[in-house]
Design a protein around this ligand. Structure first.
Ligand SMILES: *[C@@H]1O[C@H](CO)[C@@H](O)[C@H](O)[C@H]1NC(C)=O
Ligand SMILES: *[C@@H]1O[C@H](CO)[C@@H](O)[C@H](O)[C@H]1NC(C)=O
Length: 630
C-alpha cells in the first residue's frame, strides 16, 4: 500500500492532481514471441518482445514478414521519403526495424505505418529487461495519430536487434520472422473473464474521452457476449486513500469519503470550484453497485447501458453530475434504486465500505496480472491488454481468450474485421459487377467462403469460383452467366429453371460464360431449300424463299403462299404432325381437328392472317423453345 499512499501524499500536499493514472506500480510487460525463419544460421531461434500499448496487436494470430531496416532515419522519428517505401510488393509483408530513442515509441509506429510497413519492431538501445512501450500521455501533438495506429508494434531486446541488423546488412538472405501472439492471451476454457478498470470522472481530458468512447462503442459487443454467457465482465474503479496526517485537511475532505478511506482526484484540478473528488468516488461506488445489483438479477450487462446513459444525461459539463440525475437514469433502466442505495452504504460514516474495499484490494496485482497503474486498463483472462482501446482490437483480444472451437458467433462474424479482405479480397473469389466477395474477416484471419448475398446462395471453392445457386440467381449479375443486349434484343445464358450453371441460348455457342452467335446459314445447314437465300443475324437467321413462297422455320421448308388457305393450313398441320407424331396430345388435337374441319375452322384460321405478320413473329421468338405449334 506504500505506493498508493505515496501517490495520495503527492496529490494532497502538492495539490497537483494525477488526473487519470498513477505513475508508479508494478507494471507487467505483456509479451509476444518472435521466431526467425531465415537466414538459415538464425533459423529456429525464438525471442520475446513486449507488446506496445498502442496500435492493434494480433491477439490469437501471427504474422510472417521480411524485416527491413531503413538506410536513412532508422530511428523512425520523421516520416520516410517517398510513397509508402515499405509497402510490400510481394505477398510477404514488411516488418520495419527501428532504433529506440529521440522520440515517442508511438511516433515511430505511426511513421512506419504511414510508410506502408505491416508491423514495427523497435530495438532497445540498452541492455535491460523488456519494457512496455506506452503511448504518450500528455503530448497534444500525439493525439492526432495515436488513434490511427492500426498496426502492431513491439520492443525487442538490444542483442536481438543487433543480430537482426547484422543479418540484414550481410544481405545474403532475406531476414524473415514470425511475430506470434497466439500465446499472448491465455485461452484455457469456454468463458472469458475480463475486467475494465475505469473511472466515472468525465472531465480528465483525452483519457476520459477515450474510455467513454470505448464504452459506447464496445457496449453492443459486450452485451452480446454477456447475454450469451460467453464472458463474465466486471467493471472496476480505482480509488486512493488519504494518508493519516492529512485526513482532516480540506484536500482530503473534498476528495475522499468514509473519513479519508476512498479518494479520487478533483476533476477540475481546482478544490474551490465545480465538482470534488468525493463526487467522483460516490459515482464510482454507484456504478459498482449498479453492476452488483444488476448481476444479482442476472442482468449484469445493464451496467453498460447505465454508464453510457449516465454520461449522456448527467455530464459534469452541464452540471448534471448528481445523485438525482443518476437515479433518474436507473429508473429508466428499471433498476431497483433502493437496493442500489443500500449497496452504497453511508459515505459519511467512519467505516470501511465493503464494495470499495474489495476494489482497493483488487487494484494490487495478484500473480501474473500486475498492478493496475494505467487508467483505463483492460484485463482479459487475468492478463493486461496492450494495444489501443478500440472496439475491434479488443473484441479480437477477447476472442483470442476462448479455447479454440469455443468461439462465440460474434468472433466469427463480420463485426470483427481483420481488414484482410480489403486488399485484393484477401485472395478470395469476388464479383466486381455485383460487389460480392467470398472473403470473410474473422479474428483468426480471413476465410474464403462463398456467401449468401441478397438471398441467393453461392456455391464453389470460394477461392477461384463461386456460382449463384437456386432460385433468384439470374437476378443477380445474371447468375454469373453470359448475357448481352444488341439493338434492343437481349439474350442470356441464365435460366431460373436451372438451379445452377449457364447454358448458351439457342442460336449461340459457348460455355455459358461466353457465348458467340452461330452462323446458322453456314454451320447449321438450314435454309437449304431450293433457291432460298440465307442471312445470318445475331442470335438467329433469316431465310427468304424463292418467289412467293413462305419460309416455315420449324421445318426449314418453303411452302406456297398462294395455296388455298385451307391447303396452307393442311401443310402446316402435316409438318406439325410429323414433329409431334408421338404425342398423345397430338392425337387428341387431330381428333378435334377432324370434327372441326369445316368452314368454322377456316374462320379461326383467318385470325392468323396476314401471313407475313406471322413470319416476323416466328423470327423474334427464336431464343425460346418452339413448342406452341404442337
Ligand atoms: C455476478 O454473479 C455471478 C453469479 O451469478 C457471480 O459468480 C459473480 O461473482 C458476480 N459478479 C459480481 C461482480 O458480483
Ligand atoms: C461494395 O460493398 C462495400 C461493403 O459492402 C462498400 O463499402 C463499397 O462501397 C461497395 N462498392 C461498390 C462499388 O458498390
Amino acid at each position: 500500500m506504500m505506493r498508493n499512499s505515496m501517490a495520495m501524499l503527492f496529490v494532497a500536499v502538492v495539490g497537483v492532481v494525477i488526473a487519470c493514472y498513477v505513475v508508479e506500480g508494478r507494471f507487467v510487460v505483456e509479451k509476444e514471441s518472435i521466431s526467425v525463419l531465415s537466414p538459415s544460421d538464425l533459423r529456429y531461434t525464438r525471442h520475446d518482445a513486449s507488446i506496445g500499448n498502442f496500435g492493434v496487436p494480433d491477439y490469437g494470430g501471427s504474422m510472417v514478414g521480411s524485416v527491413v531496416y531503413p538506410q536513412k532515419g532508422s530511428n523512425g522519428c520523421s516520416s520516410f521519403d517517398g510513397d509508402k517505401p515499405f509497402k510490400s510488393k510481394s505477398s510477404r509483408p514488411i516488418i520495419l526495424l527501428l532504433d529506440r530513442g529521440e522520440c515517442y515509441f508511438a511516433l515511430k509506429a505511426w511513421n512506419g505505418q504511414e510508410a506502408g510497413a505491416a508491423a514495427v519492431l523497435v530495438a532497445d538501445d540498452r541492455d535491460e529487461p523488456l519494457i512496455t512501450m506506452d503511448s504518450p500521455q500528455e503530448s497534444s501533438d500525439a493525439n492526432g495519430y495515436i488513434d490511427k495506429i492500426g498496426i502492431p508494434s513491439a520492443l525487442i531486446e538490444k542483442s536481438f536487434g543487433d543480430t537482426l541488423r547484422e543479418a540484414i546488412q550481410k544481405g545474403k538472405e532475406d531476414v524473415v520472422i514470425r511475430l506470434d501472439w497466439r500465446e499472448s492471451m491465455p485461452h484455457p476454457d469456454q468463458r472469458v473473464e475480463y475486467e475494465f478498470w475505469t473511472n466515472s470522472n468525465d472531465e480528465c481530458g483525452i483519457r476520459c474521452d477515450e474510455q467513454m468512447k470505448f464504452v459506447k462503442d464496445f457496449k453492443g459487443h459486450a452485451q452480446i457476449l454477456e447475454k450469451g454467457g460467453y464472458t463474465m465482465f466486471t467493471p472496476h474503479y480505482i480509488t486512493w486513500y488519504c494518508p493519516q496526517p492529512f485526513i482532516l485537511s480540506d484536500q482530503c475532505k473534498s476528495q475522499c469519503i468514509n473519513n479519508g478511506r476512498y479518494c479520487a482526484p478533483d476533476p477540475e484540478n481546482d478544490f474551490g470550484k465545480g465538482y470534488q473528488g468525493r463526487d467522483v468516488v460516490i459515482e464510482n461506488l454507484r456504478q459498482l453497485c449498479v453492476h452488483r445489483v444488476a448481476n444479482e438479477s442476472h442482468r449484469s450487462w445493464v451496467w453498460w447501458d447505465y454508464v453510457t446513459d449516465f454520461h449522456i444525461r448527467c455530464s459534469m459539463k452541464q452540471m448534471r453530475y448528481s445523485k438525482e440525475c443518476a437515479e433518474s437514469v436507473m429508473e429508466s433502466l428499471d433498476l431497483p434504486i433502493a437496493k442500489i442505495r443500500s449497496c452504497m452504504g453511508d459515505p459519511e460514516a467512519d467505516v470501511e465500505n465493503k464494495v470499495l474495499k474489495i476494489e482497493q484490494d483488487r487494484q494490487v496485482g495478484e500473480g501474473s496480472r500486475g498492478d493496475i497503474t494505467i487508467l483505463p486498463t483492460l484485463v482479459i483472462n487475468n492478463v493486461q491488454y496492450r494495444g489501443k482501446l478500440e472496439r475491434t482490437a479488443i473484441l479480437k483480444a477477447i476472442c483470442a481468450g476462448f479455447q479454440e472451437t469455443a468461439d462465440p458467433p460474434i468472433c466469427l462474424s463480420g463485426a470483427l474485421e481483420t481488414n484482410e479482405c480489403l486488399e485484393r479480397n484477401g485472395g478470395c473469389w469476388s464479383d466486381v459487377r455485383s460487389n460480392i466477395t467470398a472473403c470473410k474477416d474473422t479474428f483468426r484471419g480471413r476465410v474464403c467462403e462463398c456467401p449468401v448475398a441478397n438471398g441467393v446462395q453461392y456455391r464453389g471453392d470460394g477461392y477461384k469460383s463461386c456460382e449463384a445457386f437456386g432460385p433468384g440467381r439470374c437476378a443477380i449479375s445474371n447468375g454469373g452467366c453470359w448475357s448481352e443486349t444488341k439493338n434492343g434484343q437481349t439474350f442470356s445464358a441464365c435460366s431460373d429453371s436451372d438451379l445452377s450453371g449457364c447454358r448458351c441460348p439457342q442460336g449461340f455457342r459457348g460455355d455459358g460464360h461466353k457465348c458467340a452467335d452461330i452462323n446458322e446459314c453456314t454451320e447449321d445447314h438450314v435454309c437449304r431449300c431450293d433457291g432460298c437465300s440465307c442471312k445470318n443475324s445475331w442470335g438467329g437467321y433469316e431465310c427468304k424463299c424463292k418467289g412467293d413462297k413462305l419460309y416455315i422455320k420449324e421445318h426449314d421448308t418453303c411452302i406456297a403462299k398462294n395455296a388455298s388457305k385451307f391447303g396452307w393450313f393442311l401443310t402446316l398441320l402435316v409438318l406439325g404432325t410429323t414433329a409431334a407424331a408421338a404425342t398423345a396430345g397430338y392425337l387428341f388435337y387431330k381428333y378435334r381437328l377432324r370434327t372441326y374441319m369445316d368452314s368454322e375452322i377456316m374462320a379461326i384460321m383467318s385470325q392468323y392472317m396476314p401471313l407475313d405478320g406471322q413470319h416476323n413473329q416466328v423470327t423474334q421468338h427464336e431464343a425460346e423453345p418452339l413448342q406452341q405449334s404442337a
